[in-house]
Design a protein around this ligand. Sequence first.
Ligand SMILES: Cc1ncc(COP(=O)(O)O)c(C=O)c1O
Length: 402
Amino acid sequence: MMSHGYEPEWSEGSIKPPVFQTSTFVFRSAEEGKEYFSYAYGLAERDPARPMGLIYSRLNNPNLEILEQRMNLWDEAEASAVFSSGMAAISTSILALVSPGTAVLYSRPVYGGTDLLMESILPGMGIPTRHCPAGAEPEEFERVCRELALAGTPCRMIYLETPANPTNILTDIAAAGEVAHRHGALLAVDNTLLGPLYQHPLQLGADLVLYSATKFLGGHSDVVAGVALGSAALIEQKVKLFRTILGTMLDPHSAWLLLRSLETAKLRITCARKNAQAIAEWLAKHPKVERVLYPGLLVDGPQRAIYDRQCSGAGALISFDLRDGSEAAAFRLLNAVQLIRLAVSLGANESLIEHPATMTHSDIPCEAQREIGITAGMIRLSVGIEHPDDLIRDLAQALDRV
Ligand SMILES: Cc1ncc(COP(=O)(O)O)c(C=O)c1O
């Protein structure tokens, strides 16, 4: 994460890549400009010995390319594309890979913005969507795929968010991949909550991995960004073409900030995960807490079996239900925290706490919220890298006020 994809001699010996804060790149000749465009638009086959060629920062830029090369390493991907937000990565990839008249089947819950995309925006563009509950058996995905085929709108993509935000329910990636591939569909996985350390969907049969890099990858609450990873055929030839034309690429300065963040990603994420385990165990014993949803507390049963098959760590996002399951009780807790910040987002160095039902997932109608396990008394806590004793002390005094 400190040197891959960059040589100091390219930039006056600078140990770090500079910010290539430029909109355009000067060609050495008209012939060179013609050649670079022919590669960028797929008009000519590139001899691998020839460079892609820098053209214009909506198409390519050194900071974006270095970042993409480093991102490829974590998930062992052939290619990746970086975007101006997680939602830009998700929406651009779906538009590039799913045509009107074919459908997307997704696991629910997903992040609220993704839910809105699935429930309103895609159907409005002629892409019908269906959902299965997070954690559903492969037979359930299979049944819906068959129904979609019979309806004349074959499933083109199964989309999973696992663990699901905010309930932390796990869905079996390998099993969903088999269903998708049997129906000629792609499997896309939002890996924001456990990646890039604790889950590698491409190794489990997924075709596309998506990240909100705003979260653990960025980690400092100062960047909004996204990433899509997969085969060169999907990313270079399809997703990047849509990114170029929709203009949803990342900007050079944010790419540079992410390069800096990646150097400490493993240290930060490991520390946050250890803190989260300690806090989840403490919350589970607290008399005012009804249940704690955290993969690190799974003991046995089907969810634990999925965890053992596909995860190597539990991450740092905890959701819990208060015994007094009212919104008022949840708000008393949220208004009482002192060290932990009352803010949406997750995966930051500082711990963040929020109320999914009225904040991140408020666009989901109440009845649907209940069906997918989002309750009025549910709190979502993203654990940071502070001292765990300080975090527990803060939660203890806030829970006293519930
Ligand atoms: C799991 C997940 N995916 C995607 C997103 C969207 O990311 P962004 O806010 O970077 O667009 C979020 C945002 O909270 C998220 O939690």
